[in-house]
Design a protein around this ligand. Sequence first.
Ligand code: CUA
Length: 185
Amino acid sequence: MSEGLQQTHERRVLGTELLWAFGVGVLVTATLSLIVFTALTRGINPPSNVERVDPKTLHLSGEFAEQNLGTVVAADGIVTARIIATQFMFAPHCIALPQGQPVTLRFASPDVIHGILITGTNVNTMVVPGYVAQVHTEFARGGELLMPCHEYCGLGHSEMWANVQVLSAGEFKPDRDGRLTCAQR
Ligand code: CUA
């Protein structure tokens, strides 16, 4: 190849490279902007609640003690459900939650890593021992939903699931302490 031809060739290669770099730059910028935009305006983000809890004592006292598990409606109307995920069950085995109202779900594990999702909703998180897994959501529809463990946690993993009863405003009636358990059906 003559020197002139080679220079033209190299210039063309450089042009192509810059074009690709520009395209990738646009894609990366668009993706990052979308992530920041949806996080700020729609509250869409990965569960990233860094809140520690001692897995050795969480069932003895504090918010994950047995009497505090399940759904509770605070005096200001805020609905929170506390659930322990443990080999190979959830405690409680069923939680009642209201339809069309913001709810907060808080999970903790005393043993190994579990994962939970609620079928047909955007609720999906890992439950890592030592941390409280927290999810905010709002159920659009009522009915009985399945909440299986979706992280292999041992031989009984496939037997580990719970139910979520999403109740209408008429059915969602907490007692005087603001507590509510699943309706027997
Ligand atoms: Cu718990 Cu799988």
